[in-house]
Design a protein around this ligand. Structure first.
Ligand SMILES: [Cu+2]
Length: 102
């Protein structure tokens, strides 16, 4: 009985969504990411070029700002709590992408 309850709870827990993103000469790739509300997001960003001003990534809506060292994966972990669009930007706000929360 107890084992069944635990199994049910585990099945109901939202799985983490893993997304990989790169910074290239073309900007953020991808520059549009669809995620689900309430599902923890594990976003891993790797800057692959020095020919970019996106040497950091800012996601204002969730108060995240991290430097992106060349060729070193940097994780951004958060759970989108409301549906809509969130913008992610380089440190100066010139290069951007959109997180679509559904
Ligand atoms: Cu910039």
């Amino acid at each position: 009985m107890k084992a069944m309850l635990i199994a049910t709870l585990l099945a109901a827990a939202p799985a983490t969504r893993d997304v990989e993103m790169k910074v290239t000469e073309r900007g953020f790739e991808p520059n549009r990411i669809e995620v689900k509300k309430g599902v923890p997001l594990h976003l891993v960003v790797t800057r692959k070029t020095d020919a970019t001003c996106a040497k950091e990534l800012v996601i204002k809506d969730v108060n995240l700002r991290k430097e992106l060292p060349l060729d070193k994966p940097v994780a951004f972990d958060f759970t989108p709590s409301k549906s809509g669009e969130m913008t992610y930007l380089c440190g100066m706000g010139m290069i951007s992408g959109v997180l679509v929360v559904q």
